[in-house]
Write a protein that binds this ligand. Structure first.
Ligand SMILES: Nc1nc2c(c(=O)[nH]1)N[C@H]1C(S)=C(S)[C@@H](COP(=O)(O)OP(=O)(O)OC[C@H]3O[C@@H](n4cnc5c(=O)[nH]c(N)nc54)[C@H](O)[C@@H]3O)O[C@H]1N2
Ligand SMILES: Nc1nc2c(c(=O)[nH]1)N[C@H]1C(S)=C(S)[C@@H](COP(=O)(O)OP(=O)(O)OC[C@H]3O[C@@H](n4cnc5c(=O)[nH]c(N)nc54)[C@H](O)[C@@H]3O)O[C@H]1N2
Ligand code: SF4
Ligand SMILES: [Mo]
Length: 705
């Protein structure tokens, strides 16, 4: 009989980094509870943490490498898998060039220590410039703003949520998402605490979200009008003499450029397009600028839209011109123990114009092309066409704009390899699937999310269980791929060695931080609150923050044009589609947990009652939602949290393909919002997918028949 034991670890599903206390006996989990002694998460978790045991035991997990064989799959050995991959990929690259093999990296890579440290080596071994990831369907504009303003794409300012007196949340729903580019557990409590200490929280969102309901005020903006609103706020601050750089005076270049650029975007000029009265915009600007401390935080709603780049730039500008940057209660740079800026030298972000993609000439930022153009690069013939793909921890058939086109594209590849835990909508196209260990089976240290955290934490969690069957760790798989592509032998490096080296040379080296110190603290270490440190984090040549980079100024004619509505498009597609996250799921891959599935359904399109009565539909009825690129049949949920003219569909669903064996998920297939979104709709400045505001039409199902 095994003893009952306790294991402490960090949940790696989302960005919040909640500490877990897991009671287990042998290989069986007895309970998964919040770790009250975790100094970062203080006993907060969400329902998804408990599902970690479901992912561990799920009979649908892939347990051995699979080779496509006719219409089915054959189990193969790792040696056989690597031998074939090495031979096929090298042959394709020899014939068609290094760039003929593409890579797509999905979201779980960011939650995995081994992938964080070994993926750059894999990319180097492959030597292809055709790199894509979920970042260009997510936070890419944050990186572009950081790169051009601070000289480092990972220099991301984070809201000091625990000390701010005024939080302006634009297009984020942290009560459901648990915070993003703002890592910290227990977001509802943190938001309530702002109000308890006499502060204010204002939410800007076309939907009255769960966060808006907790906030002091909700302002329903028109989709994609956020850059106009931000400019009008900045303009008001300038006109009303409220500009104050605080201690950054002398460290900020380009203010005149902001004064000139904002002149055309007064509250009175933008109010109609934004959907808010001009005097309310002015009052908001005053409240923000005169609060003892304030922070503007903008996220998915402001990133995955046509003006994502401008929104993230202007968010930082608003924080800076009101003296709320690099100060307590404002937007601050974390100082992570594993410092991703350690090797970034001072540089001129304008020195090298970004590479352009082959087919649509879209920009390459942070070494990646936009996922919105991946299907074009596979389907468009010619020199440089992608003929083979690696997908690693990604499901772009469901997560990328116009995923259905990617479904077609993947089917036409000469060769495809997927590193994943499931056979799903994307990996079903692979010739070879390599099965990864995950969740409770892996070691965890949050390299990325420590860099976006609202305090500075550090915690190392060893694996609780061994990989099952013939699974391997992602990092072991990456090393196997490197070896089969380059013919080099394994040098024996482990993620722990690289982590230890980074900790020993990082910002806390003088306090003796190392992997062994972390191992002595299974609940994790609190390295303190955020501290002003802009002078250490900025990597521009003169060490100054660039307030008005030419890249952003050059995009302003497009923003001015948005002040005019496109009546033609409105006639055919009168509604604007936005996405929705659900408490009980994470992106596309957690739907095989029975307990999470119970909380999730039904998957509905939410629309305002005035729209429902005009369309003659009511809750529970089926409608057809149609866009330029596709259509879906979906159940209606009349919900006055929506703004009239705006509809919302959850992201991450659409498990209807019969051949993939996700048994539980098939019980609630839902539809894919990305059958409606459009790869042609991007933010041209950054190349980020513009999911929000997709023009759509709706009809009751019977009328469409
Ligand atoms: N319309 C619309 N589209 C969206 C969004 C939206 O809001 N609206 N959100 C976007 C955002 S923010 C994101 S991050 C992307 C996500 O886009 P993706 O990353 O493409 O999608 P995921 O569902 O996260 O896919 C994760 C994949 O990794 C596998 N996996 C899970 N854990 C592991 C592991 O430990 N190792 C390995 N090797 N594989 C693993 C899963 O089985 C799944 O196949 O979607 C984007 N797409
Ligand atoms: N439960 C759960 N949590 C998650 C995830 C999940 O799938 N489920 N996914 C994780 C991932 S990968 C990420 S990146 C984060 C994302 O974290 P968040 O950004 O907080 O999450 P979203 O729910 O996408 O919030 C976007 C908000 O923008 C609003 N919106 C849409 N269009 C517009 C617009 O044009 N303007 C404005 N102002 N608002 C708009 C939407 O109504 C929505 O409330 O969540 C993470 N956490
Ligand atoms: S909030 Fe995120 S990190 Fe915390 S338990 Fe839930 S999924 Fe895990
Ligand atoms: Mo994301």
């Amino acid at each position: 009989m095994f003893e009952i034991q306790t294991h402490f670890r960090t949940c790696n599903i989302c960005e919040a980094m909640c500490g877990l206390e897991i009671s287990y006996q042998g290989g069986a989990i007895l309970s998964i509870k919040p770790d009250k002694q975790d100094p970062f998460s203080h006993g907060h978790i969400c329902p998804k943490a408990v599902a970690l045991q479901d992912f561990h035991t799920d009979p649908d997990r892939i347990r051995t490498p699979l080779r496509k064989a006719g219409s089915g799959w054959r189990e193969i050995s790792w040696d056989e898998a690597f031998a074939e991959i090495g031979q096929r990929v090298r042959a394709i690259q020899a014939q068609h060039g290094a760039d003929s093999v593409g890579v797509y990296l999905g979201n779980p890579n960011a939650h995995n220590l081994g992938n964080a440290v070994f993926l750059p080596r894999f990319q180097k071994a492959l030597g292809s410039r055709n790199r894509y990831s979920s970042a260009s369907a997510d936070q890419l504009p944050h990186h572009v703003a950081a790169n051009y303003m601070f000289g480092a794409s990972m220099a991301i300012p984070v809201p000091d949520i625990d000390r701010t007196d005024f939080m302006l949340i634009i297009g984020g729903n942290p009560v459901v998402s648990n915070g993003s580019m703002m890592s910290g557990a227990g977001m509802p409590g943190r938001i309530k605490a702002i109000q308890k200490r006499g502060g204010k929280v204002v939410v800007i969102d076309p939907r009255r979200t769960e966060t808006a309901k907790l906030a002091s005020e909700h302002l329903a903006i028109r989709p994609e009008a956020d850059a106009l609103l931000l400019f009008a706020l900045i303009r008001t601050v300038i006109e009303e003499g409220l500009v104050d750089f605080g201690h950054l005076k002398g460290m900020v270049d380009g203010y005149d450029g902001i004064v000139a650029a904002s002149a055309g975007f007064t509250p009175e000029r933008v109010c109609e397009a934004v959907g808010l009265p001009a005097d309310r915009i002015r009052r908001l600007a005053r409240e923000f600028a005169t609060a003892p401390s304030a922070v503007c935080y903008s996220r998915m709603g402001a990133s995955t839209q046509s003006f994502g780049g401008l929104c993230q730039w202007l968010t930082v500008v608003l924080n800076i011109v009101t003296g709320n940057f690099d100060r307590e209660g404002g937007a601050m740079f974390p100082q992570p123990a594993f410092d991703l800026l350690a090797r970034v030298q001072p540089n001129d972000p304008d020195a090298r114009p970004p590479l352009r993609s082959r087919v649509r000439q879209l920009p390459c930022f942070s070494g990646e092309f936009p996922v919105a153009t991946l299907a074009d690069e596979i389907l468009t013939e010619g020199s440089g066409q992608i003929r083979a793909m690696f997908t690693i921890a990604g499901n772009p058939v469901l997560s990328a704009p116009n995923g259905d086109r990617l479904d077609t594209a993947f089917a036409q590849l000469d060769f495809m390899v997927s590193v994943d835990i499931y056979l799903n909508e994307t990996t079903r196209h692979a010739d070879i699937i390599l099965p990864a260990a995950t969740g409770l089976e892996i070691a965890q240290f949050d390299v990325f999310f420590n860099s976006f955290a609202v305090r500075n934490p550090a915690k190392y969690s060893p694996p609780l269980f061994q990989p099952q069957g013939n699974q391997r760790h992602d990092w072991q798989i990456l090393k196997g791929l490197i070896a089969c592509l380059t013919g080099t032998a394994d040098d024996g490096t482990t993620p722990e060695m690289l982590l230890d080296a980074a900790l020993r040379s990082g910002p806390y080296k003088d306090q003796g931080l190392s992997l062994s110190t972390l191992s002595e603290h299974p609940h994790g270490l609190d390295l303190g609150p955020l501290r002003p440190c802009a002078h250490e984090r900025v990597r521009t040549l003169n060490g100054h923050i660039r307030l008005a980079p030419a890249l952003f100024l050059g995009d302003l004619p497009r923003l001015s044009a948005a002040l005019q509505a496109d009546a033609g498009e409105r006639e055919h597609y009168p509604f604007r589609l936005i996405g929705r996250r659900l408490v009980w799921n994470h992106n596309t891959w957690t739907h095989n947990s029975r307990r999470l599935l119970k909380g999730a359904g039904p998957i509905t399109v939410q629309l305002h009652s005035s729209d429902a009565s005009r369309l003659g539909v009511s809750t529970g009825q089926m409608v057809v939602v149609r866009s330029r690129t596709g259509q879906v049949d979906i159940e209606v949920e009349v919900n006055d949290d929506m703004s009239p003219g705006v509809i919302s569909i959850p992201q991450g669903w659409g498990h209807y393909r019969p051949d993939i064996g996700m048994r539980t998920a098939a019980g609630l297939p839902g539809v894919s919002i990305n059958s409606l979104t459009d790869g042609g709709r991007i933010d041209p400045l950054t190349g980020n997918a513009a999911f929000n505001g997709t023009p759509v039409a709706i009809r009751a199902s019977r009328q469409m028949a």
